[in-house]
Design a protein around this ligand. Sequence first.
Ligand SMILES: Cc1ncc(COP(=O)(O)O)c(C=O)c1O
Length: 398
Amino acid sequence: MSDEVASHLSGIIRSMSGFLAAIMDPEIGRHAADPAASNFIAGNPQELASPEYVRALQRWAEPKDKDWFGYKMPHRPAQITAAEGLSKELGLSFDPDDIVLTRGAHGGLAAALIVVVDPGDEVIFISPPWFFYEALILGAHGKPVKIRVKPSDFDLDVDAIAAAISPRTRAVLINTPHNPTGRIFGENTLGALASVLEDASARNRRTIYLISDEAYSRILFDGNRMITPGAFYARSLLIHTYSKSALAPGQRLGYVALPPGMPGRDHLRRAFMVAGFSTGNMLPDAIMQYALPEIDTMSIDLAHLQRKRDRMVDALNEMGYQVQAPQATFYLLPRAPIEDDVLFARTLAAQKVLVLPGTAVEMPGYFRISLTATDAMIDRALPVFAEVISNLAAGVPR
Ligand SMILES: Cc1ncc(COP(=O)(O)O)c(C=O)c1O
C-alpha cells in the first residue's frame, strides 16, 4: 500500500475487500442506473419520496430568523419528540437529554464506538454484519471480534458471545431486527445476553457496553413488536434512524438513546458532545433537526411492504428457491440455487434483475433482496427468477 494514505486506513480498506468486490461487481453494477432494471440491491427508495416528507423539508427550509442556519447545538424540540416517540415505541421512559442527535444510524454507531472504545479494546460484533461494522470498529481503534449468529435459526449465539469475552472486551454490537436475516431477537435471548454482560463486566471490573443497532425497529411485519436489549441491560447504547421509516436515507437523521438507568449518564452525555467536536460535527443539519418532530411520526406503507414480502416469498418458494418470511426489515435472504452466489447474481443481472450476492454480507450461498423495489420491478423480475432457476436445474449454460 502506498504511503499517501494513512496506514490505519489502509488496514480498514483491507478489511472491506470482500464487501467492496461484491458490491462493486462490474457485471451487476453496470445495470444499476438502467430504468429498465429491477433493482433489489440496497434498502434505497425506488420511487419519489412521499409528498408529506417533501413538504416537511420545504417548510423548515424557510428561515424564520437570522440564526436559522447558524451553527447548531442539538435542537431541543427534536430531542423531546424523539424521547417521547421512543418511550412509546419501546415502553421505556427516555429523558430528552439522553437523546444524542446524529447523522443517521451510521453516525450514531461511529459516535457510540468512539465514546466507549479505547485503542486496542475488543468489540464483539455479529455476523452476518451490516457492511460497515468492522470498518467502524477499526476506525475507533478497536479490535473487531466476529461471532456468527446460529446457522439453524439465525438467533444470537449467546454462548459463543460469552466464550469470546476477554478482559479487553469493551462492547458487544448487535443488530435487531437483523439485516439481512429479518430476525427479531427475543426476550429470552436478550435476557441471557444481559446476564452474560452483567457477569463479565463485574468480573472484568470494567463496563461492557451493549451497542444495539435498531435501524429497523419500525419496519415490523405481522404485528410483531420491537424488543430492545435496553429493557434488559441498562448499559446499552440504542442506535436509531429515520432512514428506514421515512425511506429517505440520503437525508441524514438519527440518534443514540441512553436508556433510563444507564450509569454515568452525565459523563456519557458530555463525551458524546466532545466526540462530535473531535471527529467533525456529527449533528444532523439544521433543516433535519427542525423537521424531526414531523418526520418522527411518518412511515412508509408497511402493509404494502408486507404484501410485497408475501408475494415474493410465495412466488420464489413455488419456483424452487428456499426462503423464509422475515419478521422485520426490508430484506429477504433466499438460498442461491448454486453455490457461487456471485455467479448467480451475475446471471440474474444479465437479465437486469439486480440482487446483492450473499458474499457481500458474509452469507455465501445466499442472496439478498430488498423489498423497497417497486411492484413493477417485481412484476418484471419474477419471470426472470423462474427462468434462471429452471435453466440451472436443466443444466443450461448461462
Ligand atoms: C443494520 C443497519 N444499520 C445501520 C444502517 C445505516 O443507517 P443510516 O442510513 O441511518 O445511517 C443500515 C442501513 O442500511 C443498516 O441496514
